[in-house]
Design a binder for this molecule. Structure first.
Ligand SMILES: Nc1ncnc2c1ncn2[C@@H]1O[C@H](COP(=O)(O)OP(=O)(O)O)[C@@H](O)[C@H]1O
Ligand SMILES: [Mg+2]
Length: 632
């Protein structure tokens, strides 16, 4: 998506076909809808015939006393109107269900794609924008799907058939219909073509506005801590004004077509009365037929109005479809390997591993700036740690990343974690600890070297299987708005209550969970009971127990709890690490002292390694930091 140019998209029918493809699953229902619709159109075309014939019959009856029975027409009319209502009753629910099911499918596709996409994708797209696409844009497609199941067919069939019927009655009047209808449609088409880029702009501005809302909700503490409420409100107001301004301009422009179109098409009735009236006077046309033509002209006018509505919907949808399909069709970036997990107990090997974040962002569209990239310079090797700002390294990794400036986050890492070992990773903030462990479950792919798990390159492993065999506990544990039991069983929803309780006990979470109002059924997370940092981490530990992974990653898992709480959950963590290969990132030396090996990272490189005792003797960076912490 980063490649998408910031210029507004042109109308691309391909996008809409992509959306229509989702209807393909419901072919039978769609066919039924269309069949019922045709019945209704037929009835509608028949009504003016009936009325016209009644008028002619009446006139003949008055002038020449031919027999005429009005009740015949009344009953027939009633029958048709009733049938139309019945068809409508059946058609409505079928159509609604088809549309809603299809929308549901599209939402699932977006959701699945968002899950599948690599961290790299989420790094470069902002959350508000993604939320806007997954919700607002998908909803906009609703109108389009309705239109396709109704308006398109209705407009196309009705226009063709009506014009043909008028021609059948009187070729001269047929030309009146065509002569006024075509310019009107052309006018609407002209307006519509002018409008397409503007709709896309409206949608993008909506995304930008949503981003501000989303950031403020997510970062409300930061905003308040820095007393930036006013600045944020001003930012939101500015985005809102731009959005509203563009929206109004677009809508007003669009609305201006109506009086124009009404005027041009409005000429059809006087023309028909003039030409048709003379034919009636000269006895060439029964008066009832003139009535039919006038009624048909009104029907055409109604449809021509719908053409405008339809183009509006189609364009709106085309912009939304593009934004939605972009996510669905975004290559995941990480192709899953085919190998099943090899037997083994968690032997992890890093061989000359390097990693560079791709720094390009998806900001082009909102900021409207395309980088005037300096000619890229090929980098043979990562810059030395001593090198200052990232200016020295310009990544040309993918060729498309012109303008991205990146410094290697990791360089030339080689180490081995034997099954069951605990590896501690220490180093200053930003030294690459998190990046290192993220390479194991393939949250990112190493850009150099290889990461092996039990002898197999992680890229060759089935991604799902790999992720399931690596348990990760982050600094902050995210709890879903669901019961405590569901949160623990997140990785394996089929777990029994007994299993969940056993894992909670092992994680020392059983005690506080049973004290909650509804025990394991208490809703926690955003919309439920809020838990303390230590309690959240114990839920995370229970989650990990339940998954029984062979590799365990604790990334600063105790950083946000106080030392007392840390001691409490240390026992649970120690139990969890038993018999698994564990990677522990921690600030406090109490946590890392007992590791089988400690890797000391500095600016993406391993600068020291060994056990605590070895490192203390060596009087290097590790000892320096250790002594400082002891003094405190
Ligand atoms: N998603 C990201 N995109 C770009 N750069 C990142 C990203 N995450 C981390 N970095 C950079 O990579 C380096 C290592 O970061 P990280 O692994 O998070 O360090 P640590 O966990 O040791 O604090 C830092 O310079 C950081 O700014
Ligand atoms: Mg980190």
């Amino acid at each position: 998506m980063a490649e998408t140019s910031p210029t507004p998209a042109r109308f691309r029918p391909r996008n809409l076909l992509g959306v229509l493809a989702f209807l393909g699953r419901y072919r039978a229902r769609v066919a039924l809808c269309l069949a019922l619709l045709l019945v209704n159109i037929t009835i509608e075309m028949a009504l003016p015939q009936l009325l016209g014939n009644a008028i002619t019959g009446l006139r003949d009856h008055v002038e020449r006393a031919t027999p005429f029975e009005p009740m015949d027409f009344v009953w027939l009319f009633l029958a048709l109107v009733t049938l139309r209502a019945l068809v409508g009753f059946i058609l409505g629910p079928i159509r609604n269900r088809t549309v809603q099911r299809t929308l549901g499918d599209i939402r699932s596709a977006v959701y699945n794609a968002l899950q599948r996409l690599a961290f790299t994708y989420h790094d470069k797209s902002n959350t508000g924008e993604l939320i806007s696409r997954a919700t607002t844009d998908v909803s906009r497609l609703q109108d389009f799907l309705f239109a396709c199941l109704l308006l398109t067919v209705d407009i196309a069939v009705a226009l063709v058939v009506t014009v043909w019927l008028i021609f059948h009655i009187s070729p001269a009047l047929g030309w009146v219909a065509i002569g006024t209808m075509l310019p009107t449609v052309a006018l609407i088409g002209f307006y519509a073509s002018k409008l397409q880029p503007q709709w896309r702009a409206v949608h993008d501005l909506h995304g930008a506005m949503t981003t501000v809302i989303q950031e403020n909700i997510a970062g409300v503490r930061v905003v308040k801590a820095f007393a930036k409420e006013n600045a944020e409100v001003a930012k939101f107001r500015e985005r809102k004004e731009t959005y509203l301004g563009t929206l109004l301009k677009t809508v007003n422009y669009w609305a201006a077509r109506v009086p124009f179109a009404q005027f041009i098409y409005g000429l059809s009735t006087p023309l028909a009365l003039w030409i048709g009236g003379r034919a009636v006077i000269q006895g060439e046309l029964p008066i009832g037929d003139l009535a039919k033509v006038v009624l048909y002209l009104m029907a055409i006018g109604y449809r021509v109005g719908m053409v405008g509505q339809f183009t509006n919907i189609v364009q709106n949808a085309s912009a939304s479809a593009e934004r939605v399909l972009e996510i669905i069709h975004e290559p995941s970036g990480l192709a899953s390997g085919k190998e099943p997990m090899p037997p083994g107990r968690g032997h992890v090997t890093f061989e000359n591993v390097g990693f560079t974040y791709s720094t390009e962002r998806d900001g082009g569209r909102t900021s409207g700036v395309v980088g005037q990239a300096p000619p890229p310079v090929k980098v043979r090797q990562a810059p030395s740690p001593a090198e200052t700002a990232g200016e020295g390294a310009r990544s040309t990794k993918t060729g498309e990343g012109a303008g991205s400036t990146a410094k290697a986050a990791l360089a030339d890492l080689t180490f081995e974690a034997k099954p069951g070992q605990t590896i501690a990773i220490v180093g200053p903030t930003g030294s690459g600890k998190t990046t290192l462990v993220n390479l194991i479950p393939r949250f990112y792919d190493a850009t150099q070297g290889r990461v092996l798990l039990d002898g197999v390159n992680v890229r060759e492993l089935d991604l799902r299987a790999l992720r399931q065999s690596v348990g990760v506990i982050f600094q902050e544990t995210f709890l879903f708005s669901a019961s405590a039991a569901e949160n623990i069983a997140y990785g394996r929803p089929t777990a029994t209550r007994e299993e969940i309780i056993r894992c909670a006990q092992a994680a020392q979470a059983h005690g506080f969970i049973t004290e909650l109002e509804d025990g394991y059924d208490t809703i926690i997370g955003e919309r439920g009971v809020s838990l303390s940092g230590g309690q959240r981490q114990r839920i995370a530990i229970a989650r990990a127990f339940l998954m029984d992974p062979r590799i365990l990653i604790l990334d600063d898992a105790t950083a946000s709890v106080d030392a007392g709480t840390e001691r409490q959950i240390q026992e649970a963590m120690r139990k969890l690490c038993e018999g698994r290969t564990a990677f522990i990132i921690a600030q406090r030396f109490s946590t890392v002292q007992h590791a089988d090996m400690i890797l000391v990272l500095k600016e993406g490189r391993i600068v020291e390694r060994g056990t605590h005792a070895e490192l203390i003797q060596r009087s290097g960076f590790y000892r320096e930091v250790f002594e400082k912490q002891i003094q405190h």
